[in-house]
Write a protein that binds this ligand. Structure first.
Ligand code: GUN
Ligand code: ZN
Length: 367
């Protein structure tokens, strides 16, 4: 198993993030329900923000006056912004793609705006994230046919426009631009995309693998991750976009992935689900009504250390935002532990043992 993670990645205000890492998602500005101080106190040093949403609110004008999103949000550590490309899929009812860029019609007033690769990069410059993503042409992962190839090729052309915009603005050494490999579930298209994007290696700081985690079979997903990770350079971080189940994170790390993000752990917390090393626990279920144990007595998170019981969480989960906060905190720490233990095991040369014990515990018989 190659040890592929590099320790010094970015240069935020307080700039070190060790790999592999899971990035919690703060779509708007904050991670829903948590203050930056809380997130910091959990040991998180890299969060994900979204260009599309920050551009709508508060907007570039406000961010420029604020001096960027770190200062606006009061976040002292590293930040990654996604380019807005993914919203092409998630808001696809409202978008059309042209070579020039993605045209969005506002769900509020029907007015259309175009997001070009150049503009995505300029917005990400105003936001000032430590890692910025190219604008890519994203299609649903199960789509087949000529549109997949078109989107892959366009993503390479858009990468060139992003690089050009990034370098001509003089931001190459200030913010790290990542390319995003597309090509759907077709290994030939992925290889062509890798050929094109690897030619630009000296002009990008890292690589993401996009267009996955949209309902495809696991074996197909794993093959694409392996194919891409095998070809992506050892000296650049490799980021699997939109991956967040613990079991997927560990398979991805085993295949060579350094970074991942997903709304899953924070979203599922708001639905009353706590993630644990013996599998997810749905605190809405009646069986927790008289269960006075914490979620996980070995968990170092403030929720568990304070002794907050499953019974209390069950009691308040449907009507108190405190329960959502408490579970969000726990789930963020759980994700960080899964990745942190992977890192320790890789360094100690015991990663296969860690995988065995994690999977036995996570999918084992809980009696
Ligand atoms: N988030 C999850 N998947 C993707 C992707 O393919 N592209 C971008 N830009 N963001 C993503
Ligand atoms: Zn906990």
């Amino acid at each position: 198993m190659p040890y592929h993670s590099r320790s010094r990645l970015t240069h935020g205000l307080d700039g070190e993030t060790v790999l592999p890492t899971f990035m919690p998602v703060a779509t708007q500005a904050a991670i829903k329900g948590l203050t930056p101080e809380q997130v910091e106190s959990l040991g998180i040093s890299l969060i994900l923000n979204n260009t599309y949403h920050l551009n709508l609110r508060p907007g570039v004008d406000v961010l420029k006056v604020a001096g960027g999103a770190h200062l606006f949000e009061g976040w002292r550590h590293n930040m990654l912004t996604d380019s807005g490309g993914f919203q092409l899929v998630s808001l696809s009812k409202f978008t059309t793609i042209t070579e020039e860029g993605a045209v969005f019609s506002s769900p509020f007033n029907g007015e259309s705006t175009i997001l070009t690769p150049e503009e995505s990069i300029s917005i990400q410059h105003a936001i000032g994230a430590d890692i910025i993503m190219q604008l890519d042409d994203v299609v649903p992962s199960l789509l087949q046919g000529p549109r997949v190839e078109e989107a892959m090729k366009r993503s390479i052309r858009w990468l060139d426009r992003c690089i050009q915009q990034h370098e001509s603005a003089g931001r190459k050494d200030a913010q790290n631009l990542f390319a995003i490999v597309q090509g759907g579930l077709d290994p030939n298209l992925r290889d062509k995309c890798l050929d094109g994007m690897l030619e630009r290696k000296d002009r990008v700081s890292g690589y993401a693998i996009g267009g996955l985690s949209g309902g495809e079979e696991k074996d197909v997903f794993w093959k694409i991750i392996k194919q891409c990770a095998d070809r992506l350079p050892e000296d650049r971080p490799r980021y699997a976009m939109g991956i967040g189940f613990a079991e997927d994170l560990l398979v991805c790390v085993a295949l060579g992935i350094d970074m991942a993000d997903c709304v899953f752990p924070t979203r599922t917390a708001r639905f009353g689900v706590a993630l644990t090393h013996t599998g997810p626990i749905n605190l809405k279920l009646g069986k927790h009504a008289k269960d006075f144990d914490p979620i996980d007595s070995t968990c170092p998170c403030p929720t568990c250390k304070d002794g907050t019981s499953r019974a209390l969480l069950h009691h308040i989960v449907t009507h108190e935002t405190t329960a959502a906060h408490a579970l969000t905190i726990h789930n963020i720490v759980f994700q960080a532990q899964v990745m942190g233990r992977a890192r320790e095991a890789i360094i100690a040369g015991t990663f296969p043992d860690y995988l065995l014990s994690f999977f036995a515990g996570y999918f084992g018989d809980r009696g």
